[in-house]
Design a protein around this ligand. Structure first.
Ligand code: KIV
Length: 264
């Protein structure tokens, strides 16, 4: 359990010392439950898929991400809050600066995350120079799934592995505080982790990364549309809630709820 608010310095100091733990949250209710139990809480645009019923993340808007980030920040006292910049919100340097500043001025997020390849280097550099803490998301980038023709594991070829390593190093040089590696061959993620001085957080990238993140509805068995190979389910949340909702409906139908103590 965290006893004080996790800062960037605290997070970076974990590299090579202890693993970083991270999970998504999209509202104050869940954020408050997860707070202090994990180092990082990500307000991910995965909310479009896990809660919005969409099959991609591209529809997330700045307004939605700001709304969810504000809600999460209200529930968090200790964990480091990371917020996703939605698709299109950092298409140009000007737009990226404008929208990143909106996150900083309107929410208490500790850092923002951008899905990047080497072409985004000038944008990432400009944000870092402005004093905005940036996490670079590399590898499988869900915001590029339509362009890529699906959610494809990266780093399978020598060329792709080399490009990922060079991108991670360039992002570090530009000033990012951490690199999130998604859907990348374990050996490639390991090589990147060893080459960087900033911590890496992995999802579907093996256990050599400096930390791990999961989408909460996957981790706790609420999302049933599909289960990626990298997900470990820690409880059957869906079955638990189904049982509870059925019990409630049964009590109402059978006049067992509310009883006298539950009435005015
Ligand atoms: O949006 C999200 O939840 C993410 C994680 C998959 C890392 O980016």
């Amino acid at each position: 359990m965290l006893e004080k608010k996790m800062s960037i310095t605290d997070l970076q100091a974990k590299k090579g010392v202890e693993k970083i733990t991270a999970i998504t949250a999209y509202d104050a209710l869940m954020a408050e439950i997860f707070d202090a139990e994990v180092d990082v809480i990500l307000v991910g645009d995965s909310l479009k898929m896990s809660f919005g019923g969409e099959n991609e993340t591209l529809g997330a808007s700045m307004e939605e991400m700001l709304y969810h980030t504000k809600a999460v920040c209200r529930g968090v006292k200790h964990s480091f809050v990371l917020a996703d910049m939605p698709f299109g919100s950092y298409a140009t340097q000007k737009l990226a600066l404008k929208n990143a500043l909106r996150f900083y001025k309107n929410t208490a997020a500790d850092a923002i995350k951008l899905e990047v390849d080497i072409q985004k280097l000038p944008i990432v550099r400009a944000l870092c120079e402005e004093g905005i803490a940036v996490v670079a998301h590399i590898g499988l980038k869900p915001q590029f799934a339509r362009f890529d023709g699906g959610f494809k594991v990266k780093g399978k070829s020598e060329k792709e592995a080399q490009e990922l390593l060079e991108c991670a190093l360039a992002m570090q040089e530009a000033g990012v505080c951490s690199v999130l590696i998604e859907g990348v061959k374990s050996q490639v993620a390991e090589k990147i982790t060893k080459a960087l001085s900033v911590p890496t957080i992995g999802i579907g990238a093996g256990n050599a990364c400096d930390g791990q993140i999961l989408v909460w509805s996957d981790a706790f068995g609420f999302f049933s549309a599909f289960k990626p190979k990298f997900v470990r389910t820690y409880c059957d949340g869906r079955a638990m809630l189904k049982e509870a909702i059925r019990a409630y409906a049964k009590d109402v139908k059978s006049l067992q709820f509310p009883n006298e103590n539950e009435s005015y």
